[in-house]
Write a protein that binds this ligand. Structure first.
Ligand code: PGA
Length: 264
């Protein structure tokens, strides 16, 4: 089964509204030159506050904006109520998002997100008609202790618990070894492919072979224009979640065009 690649940019806590708009303009202007079938699925994840500025152009005006989907970097699982500082699935959908990144290691580490919360978020996102991008990954200590597969397998099983096979099939997973995030140390492409293959087997075990064949599993961690071709040439890697290199249109667009050379 051929899976359409995804190149997703996680802007993290960067860029003011005008800067975000300018970056989005640079990406859509590039994407405009290609048909949907030539392009990977392109996703950008601005801060909550920049989502409306970026989404204000999303009205099929033909400028390329329809070729760039928007993701939120997080959301709450409850639909409304007394949850100061939080944003619901309906709110991010209303603002123009089609995807939500959940379980990023920075959220697990700095905001104490647990596997259980990530599972609740995944369910709420799917129930709201959006697509979760579920992140997982091991620390350097876990890798050195030889428990990478065990750790990731338990993160994935917890995240997908109680979700139907149809919903799992449309979800996205991002394998992001924590030691590779923002460090410039990309995980060896064969090793990333091995771990992603292992994740696909876990999905098969819990959700069946159709879901495992359909779900798109990305690699993240110091992805650059110079690394993406090798990563995309691997059998199980379906795209990339890009942090630093997604903050400039030039490098993000180069990642997209190098992806197209390999496998769209
Ligand atoms: P990086 O970030 O590309 O800057 O390593 C990836 C991520 O955290 O999603």
């Amino acid at each position: 089964m051929s899976r359409k690649p995804i190149i997703a940019g996680n802007w993290k806590m960067n860029l003011l509204q005008e800067e975000g708009k300018e970056l989005f303009n640079g990406i859509k202007t590039f994407a405009k030159n290609f048909s949907e079938s030539q392009l990977p699925t392109i996703v950008v994840a601005p801060t909550f506050l920049s989502i409306p500025a970026v989404a204000s152009c999303k009205h099929n005006c033909g400028c390329g904006c329809e070729k760039v989907a928007i993701a939120a970097q997080n959301c709450h699982w409850k639909s409304s109520g007394a949850y100061t500082g939080e944003v619901s699935v309906e709110m991010v959908k209303d603002a123009g998002c089609e995807y939500v990144i959940i379980g990023h290691s920075e959220r697990r580490q700095y905001f104490s997100e647990t596997d259980e919360m990530i599972n609740l978020k995944a369910k709420a996102i799917l129930a709201g008609g959006l697509i979760p991008i579920i992140c997982c990954g091991e620390t350097l200590e876990q890798r050195e202790a030889g428990i990478t597969d065990e750790h990731i397998s338990s993160q994935i099983k917890a995240a997908l618990d109680g979700i139907s096979s149809e919903d799992v099939a449309k979800s996205v997973i991002a394998y992001e070894p924590i030691w590779a995030i923002g460090t410039g140390k990309t995980c060896d492409a064969d090793e990333a492919n091995r771990v992603i293959g292992m994740i696909r087997n876990v999905v098969k075990e819990v959700s069946g072979s159709e879901a495992a064949a359909s779900i798109r599993i990305l690699y993240g961690g110091s992805v650059k224009p110079s690394t993406i071709e090798e990563q995309m040439s691997k059998s199980d890697i379906d795209g990339a979640l890009v942090g630093g290199a997604s903050l400039a249109a030039e490098s993000f667009n180069e990642i997209i065009s190098n992806t197209m050379k390999v496998s769209v």
